[in-house]
Design a protein around this ligand. Structure first.
Ligand code: 5GP
Length: 116
């Protein structure tokens, strides 16, 4: 099933794209939770982090490296930021196209909410 992120990557629906190369695309989250909230996604549709294979190691490394480069571009690298990958139901994943959240520009608070 095609996700909304595939359509953004393909240019079929608009996205505020901040970076693109042969492996990954990065665009601003439509409902930002911080002054900087960018999603770094593989160009190919990998549903979750569970679905990464040995062949995807360069891609996974690229996602991290691109996140750091965008943080520098956004001027948040020195103060710091948070990278999040949600996986499946307990992780709170909503869009089943692997993505890394880059959040910064404010203090992030506790790492996770305590159990409800
Ligand atoms: P998840 O909960 O799966 O880790 O995060 C999905 C993220 O995708 C959410 O932060 C949500 O705001 C974002 N999102 C959902 N639909 C769209 C969209 O159409 N465009 C953009 N740019 N972000 C979206």
């Amino acid at each position: 099933m095609t996700t909304i992120f595939e359509k953004i990557i393909a240019g079929e629906i608009p996205g505020d794209i901040v970076y693109r190369d042969e492996l990954v695309t990065a665009f601003r989250d439509i409902q930002p939770l911080a002054p900087t909230h960018v999603l770094i996604v593989p160009n190919k549709p990998i549903p979750t982090v569970n679905d990464l294979t040995d062949a995807d190691e360069a891609l996974a490394g690229r996602m991290l490296h691109v996140a750091a480069r965008i943080a520098a571009q956004e001027g948040i690298a020195e103060d710091g930021y948070r990278l999040i990958i949600n996986c499946n139901r307990n992780g709170g994943q909503e869009v089943y196209h692997l993505h890394m959240h880059l959040l910064g520009g404010r203090r992030m608070g506790r790492m996770v909410m305590p159990p409800q």
